[in-house]
Design a protein around this ligand. Structure first.
Ligand code: PEP
Length: 248
């Protein structure tokens, strides 16, 4: 039985002081014995947020990392910096990074390997555009994203990863994928992992749905057999996030 994982993606929101205030609001609302709770926060908020959530069930995630160990890469953040600061998870290949910062399946793969080599759990994002969905190529496209993201990753490492299926047309738009659409793709992702690594790994890896998840649609999405959690944008900045964590 896979443990559910609900992660908030704060994106480029919350100054450090606002971040601490949001932690104080959310801390009592996200208490849960059976769900892993993660706040993925902007780099500058990591240290104050790690401090603010000490002693709670909340883990802290980053929204990105660079795939090199260290050196002349102005503006970038290394995996070692993240782990030293207390980060446990890192979002990799979010569609906004692919669209605005030229990330590719290949850089996603390099970042996944860098995260794993440093003991971070990657939350690997994949998802199709509306045009791809309308063309009927959603599953083929996502299988390709997954296959490249996991190149050179062992079965043992893959089992501990998190995949977030996020249809691009559902992110920040208020348009949520239907439960059937979300389950169909998450199931196909698990089948792809099974082809790559076998049944045991496929049964262990956790697959989230992301895209306008909120307090009213979470329970139905999270009841699906292949949806093991959510990657939540807008609703993660509000008390609603507590209702998503406690969706049952
Ligand atoms: C996201 O950006 O990962 C996301 C799912 O955003 P939203 O929940 O706002 O659609």
């Amino acid at each position: 039985m896979r443990r559910k994982i609900i992660a908030g993606n704060w994106k480029m929101n919350m100054t450090p002081s606002e971040a601490v205030a949001l932690c104080e609001t959310l801390k009592p609302l996200v208490v849960s014995d059976d769900v892993d709770v993660v706040f993925c926060v902007p780099a500058i908020d990591i240290i104050p947020v790690v401090e603010a959530v000490k002693g709670t069930n909340i883990a802290v995630g980053a929204e990105n990392l660079y795939f090199k160990d260290k050196g002349a890469f102005t503006g970038e953040i290394s995996a070692a910096m993240l782990t030293d600061a207390g980060v446990k998870y890192v979002i990799i290949g979010h569609s906004e990074r692919r669209e605005y910062f030229a990330e590719t399946d290949e850089t996603v793969n390099a970042k996944v390997k860098q995260a794993l080599a440093n003991g971070l759990t990657p939350i690997i994002c994949c998802g199709e555009t509306l045009t791809q969905r309308e063309q009927g190529i959603t599953i083929d496209f996502i299988r390709q994203q997954i296959k490249i993201a996991f190149l050179g990753v062992s079965a043992e490492e893959a089992a501990g990863c998190v995949i977030a299926y996020e249809p691009i047309w559902a992110i920040g738009t208020g348009k949520v994928a239907t439960t059937e659409q979300a389950e169909e793709v998450c199931c196909a992702i698990r089948a792809c992992i099974c082809e790559l690594y076998g049944q045991e790994t496929a049964e262990k890896i956790r697959i989230q749905y992301g895209g306008s998840m909120n307090a009213s649609n979470a329970a139905e999405l999270l009841a699906q057999p292949d949806i093991d959690g959510g990657l939540v944008g807008g609703a993660s900045l509000k008390p609603d996030f507590g209702k998503i964590v406690n969706y049952k």
